[in-house]
Design a protein around this ligand. Structure first.
Ligand code: ZN
Length: 463
């Protein structure tokens, strides 16, 4: 049995881990490289293996850095099955169509620039048609806690990872001659106290663990203090007369923030008619998908839905699907809370809102999620005084808030708690973390007698 790491190895994006068992090739995740990882990986088209040889893809969840290269895989000859939970499949469709749309826009912009220099046009990496071809390959649905036979000698079980709607860890039980091996891929794990989702199910007992390490060297602040920070950031900005811009990922974080805002308004801690724009067609559609998958939601959410209460709705909430409605928000000079993607400000409508508000002293930008190195979000968080948006230099004068406690990721204690139930694995790989993060966790695990590896990009191991 062999495993290779063709992404999220020394970085946090591009998850892509092929496993070879008895002549079958099983790929766990097929994510896009973003930000600095993208540069490190040279380009997203380099898989490090032949997509035609892959038999199965087991997909942990619908974040772009876990599913974003699936259309490329299909385009380059993958003809096997993709297996995920049903909520993941629904969200993947949305996420990939959005990605294809962004790439088309990007290619158009790039082509215009090139035309001015007499160069050849740019083509997007994949189109909506490639996404539809990809969706046709989702042939089987996995349910939490229900083992199924993937192929001869390989059984697979998905468990709730509590990270985003439909997210899963994946247990692979492989029988090769007399040798039986249990491997678990954590995917991305959620933390405790998540109001919208369940806690991650404990890790199954495993011989080999491939675990994420995004926040392996951090402890999240308590949720209550983060909600108070959000309330104060909004309250202070309203008083100054500016707007609040919140870059959010359309999946889950948008819904989570809407839930907190609704709760704060209901408790009278924010004005009853607080004007909130969910300026993301994808987040609007994602909210509908949440309603269709109550099995993946926390008991609190299920209870609210059952009582006919929409936990993501508040009185002053506006959904802006159309571009013209989104552009109209630019005319608002104060009093608006604007949620838009992408969460790391690598593209999408958030760029327009940042361009209109970043230079204003009375406005604020509130970061509520992870920002990978090399992204615009990270540059602003790290204190850049000037940033480049759509080729234009924009001064950073707005108040910048970074609220860490809303993370959809497990912190160090959550990771250790999850791993504890795996027993004593003979081999643990830490992926999906920047080196500074995973080295600290590796040291802790080695002190406990575990064999830990920090795989490099495109490295192979025999298990
Ligand atoms: Zn994720």
């Amino acid at each position: 049995m062999e495993i290779a790491f063709h992404g999220a190895a020394g970085g946090v994006t591009g998850s892509c881990h092929p496993l070879t068992i008895g002549g079958k090739s099983i790929l766990v995740d097929c994510g896009l490289f973003q930000g600095e990882d993208e540069e490190r990986a040279a380009r997203n088209g380099t898989f490090g293996f032949d997509p035609k040889t892959v038999d199965y893809v087991l997909l942990t969840h619908a974040h772009l850095d876990h599913c974003g290269r699936l259309p490329l895989l299909v385009k380059e000859g993958f003809r096997g099955e993709i297996i995920s939970t049903s909520a993941t499949r629904d969200l993947v469709r949305l996420v990939l169509l959005d990605a294809a749309g962004l790439q088309a826009e990007e290619a158009k912009r790039e082509s215009r620039r090139k035309a001015r220099h007499g160069e050849e046009e740019s083509a997007p990496a994949y189109t909506e048609l490639d996404v539809f071809d990809t969706m046709d390959r989702f042939t089987r649905i996995a349910a939490y806690g229900k083992p199924f036979t993937l192929c001869d000698g390989v059984r697979v079980t998905f468990g709730d990872a509590g990270h985003i709607l439909g997210s899963a860890w994946v247990l692979i039980e492989a029988q090769e001659q007399a040798k039986r091996t249990r491997l678990v891929f954590s995917g991305d794990l959620g933390g405790r106290d998540h109001p919208v989702l369940n806690m991650p199910s404990p890790a199954p007992v495993a011989d080999v663990v491939i675990m994420e390490s995004t926040y392996a060297n951090r402890l999240h602040k308590p949720l209550d203090s983060s909600i108070a920070e959000l309330r104060d950031a909004i309250g202070d900005t309203l008083q100054r007369g500016g707007n609040v811009v919140i870059p959010t990922f359309a999946l889950e974080r948008s819904q989570e923030i809407l839930y907190y805002l609704r709760d704060l308004v209901e408790r009278g801690e924010l004005p009853h008619h607080l004007t909130v724009f969910l300026d993301s067609p994808m987040a609007i559609s994602a909210t509908r998908i949440f309603e269709r998958h109550p099995q993946s939601l926390s008991p609190l959410m299920r209870d609210l839905f059952a009582r006919g209460v929409d936990p993501f709705h508040l009185p002053g909430l506006h959904f802006t699907r159309e571009t013209s409605d989104s552009m109209a928000i630019n005319q608002i000079t104060g009093g608006a809370v604007i949620l838009a993607g992408s969460g790391m400000a690598t593209g999408g409508r958030i760029l327009h809102h940042l361009r209109h508000n970043l230079w204003r002293r009375d406005s604020s930008v509130v970061f509520v999620g992870y920002a990978a190195a090399g992204t615009l979000a990270r540059a602003i968080i790290d204190g850049a005084r000037q940033v480049r948006i759509f080729g234009e230099e924009v001064r950073v004068a707005a108040h910048i808030y970074t609220i860490g406690g809303f993370s959809a990721h497990a912190d160090r204690d959550d990771l250790l708690a999850w791993l504890a139930s795996a027993g004593t694995p003979r081999h643990t790989f830490l992926v999906h973390g920047e080196d500074a993060q995973r080295e600290v966790l590796a040291a802790t695990l080695r002190e406990r007698g575990l064999r830990v590896d920090l795989p490099a990009l495109h490295s192979h191991y025999t298990l």
